[in-house]
Design a protein around this ligand. Sequence first.
Ligand code: COA
Length: 343
Amino acid sequence: MTERPTLTVPASLRHARIHGLGGYRPERVVPNSEIVDLIDSSDEWIQQRSGIVTRHRARADETVVDMAEAASREALQAAGVEPGQIGAVIVATVSHPYQTPAAAPILGHRLGIPNPAAFDISAACAGYCYAISLANDMVRAGTTDYVLVVGVEKLSDFTDKHDRGSAFIFGDGAGAAVVGVSDFPGIGPTLWGSLGDQADAITQREAWTDLRPVMEDPERTDPVRWPSIVMQGQTVFRWAVFSMAQVAVETLEAAGVTAEQLDAFVPHQANMRITDAMIKTLKLPPHVPVARDIAETGNTSAASVPLAMSRMLAEGEAKHGGLALQIGFGAGLVYAAQVVVMP
Ligand code: COA
């Protein structure tokens, strides 16, 4: 028997960091006043219970890929990285309206990235933090030198405008990051996980296949319900406040960083009250700036963390090169968190 040859693999791990961020918010700003009549609510209630004042909504002809492209161009420019240097494209989204093909290969083509590995991931509001973890591992292991990570959602396509529990929460937008080789560690250990027994807590209401019999049978007159995303608000709220705040604490420990040493806290922009509760559990000192982008941008799921962080950097609220704790959590239920060096 011939001896099996030993595979050639990288012998040591490299460092990775985020080299640049970009964000895109659609032009149209939708205030609470445009939403309240359909859900028997008020601007005051929405602001008090969620902190949301406005959200952005994409045009009917503006796609997930369009928004991802705008955010990616900004991230590439900020990173000073050419499309030709990108080896992989990961798009985190739950609102790209094609089962297949994925958004990532189309995005790579539009950006002129030659032949990238390209795929979408579905981890809802944790999608960006999941993708940062994957990109970190890919770069560290030597699989590729630069990865484009995008969190993007057009949730307006999947929101039931009459649903009191969700109609006011979701917004559209995209955030992007270029993750690449570094001479210092720029992405700390990821704490992540899932609770599949809580799949009902945030879920698309119908499966696509539920629509088929109704659409194909001319005799049926029952109305077809669009597969909107709905949630059990209080269940999600309690989980986020009790469990996710604890994950945030453990993420700091894993990175060997104290709350005092943070230059920014960027939680998923789910609800301002969830953010406030996390600040208490983390015992975050008042000098640490906290992302509060939800007020203007709503909850953009996979896009929320990169959108919030890029805004903090652009507005000088957080300092370039500082340490940020970021955490995403949402439908699955799933979550992921890590400490990163901001670009
Ligand atoms: N406008 C006005 N009143 C509303 C309302 C709305 N949109 N939705 C519910 N209410 C009313 C209810 O009828 C209830 O009235 P009652 O006390 O007279 O019975 C009261 O407000 C409280 O309802 P409840 O469902 O307990 O609201 P809440 O305080 O839990 O707030 C959310 C609702 C959705 C804001 C909150 O649960 C939440 O933010 N959850 C987390 C959602 C989230 O972050 N999702 C994203 C995760 S990725």
